[in-house]
Design a protein around this ligand. Sequence first.
Ligand code: NAI
Length: 329
Amino acid sequence: MKLLFYAAKNYDKKSFDPVLVKYPEIEIDYIDHELEPMTAKIAVGYDAVCAFVSADVGAATLEVLHECGVKAVLMRCAGFNNVDTEKAKELGMVVKRVPGYSPESVAELAMGLALAVNRRLYKAYNKVRENDYTLKGLRGVNFFGKTAGIVGTGKIGAVMCRICRGFGMRVIAYDVYENPELKDFVEYVTLDELLAQSDLISLHCPLMDSTYHMINIESIKKMKDGVILVNTSRGALVDTKELIEGIRLNKFLGVGLDVYEEETGNVYEDRSDEIMEHSVTARLLAFPNVLITSHQGFYTMEALAAIAETTLDNMMDAKNGVRTGNDIA
Ligand code: NAI
């Protein structure tokens, strides 16, 4: 069984190759190219392709893959907002993902971003390196005794709830489904109540039509002054232009983003020599209370090993016609 692995980085090979020895039937070819309609043509002769968050797995790509004889698309990530699942079903293609490889990996980064913007760790790091030992611009707040508002209490959100409880925070949450495992310490509230009461808001729901731009100027105005906003889920949950408006209104003590709307062309690329003519992200980065990381929530040893194992299990299941909870088409 042949798998064509798109947008392969060194760390992908390092995490997949050791696991691959347990799957003698699978052969992987790694390529640098991102999966999109043009590069989908390369997949002739492969049984499946493997893609990541920045791939374009829309209708056009799926049609080309289908013409090439590819039977399955294996997403090596949890989110699948970049996949046209209806088109895949129409073409009879199987699409599988890795829904829960290491929720701790993402939730721990979310708390890391919250702490870093609160205590301005990125500023402190540079100041001390420059022999500047003053405390100007570094004052934060205690999380102990404050309220954390978690939007989406699935696998990652649930871990974030527990982390926040560990900090001595009151934890409130908003979700369309309440997670029974959290009932002993999490209070479910409406989104408006969460926005109004939280000192730290962390987003952990998927990107869908109903959640697109859920953080906009209207929702920002409902937040407390001095709130910290963290997004490790998907960029388009937040309307970036309206976030900038909110930052200018002095709403935020800090904003920590592992994902942002313009990330698609940037993710895992070195664009340090380029002039970003129309970049809204560049404007965001000009604010002293904003910290952006480049979609690294999944990037721990444990998460990478789990992604490799589940993706290769998915490949075997696709071959054997086994449907599991990992199927999205
Ligand atoms: P999950 O499916 O376990 O949980 C998602 C939760 O969001 C569910 O409880 C669901 O009921 C809730 N939800 C759905 N619609 C909602 C709405 N309109 N309002 C509030 N809550 C709603 O997903 P998991 O594994 O916790 O992942 C969450 C997101 O994290 C993924 O969708 C993905 O986009 C993102 N992610 C980011 C990574 C990174 O590297 N930064 C890595 C992995 C995931």
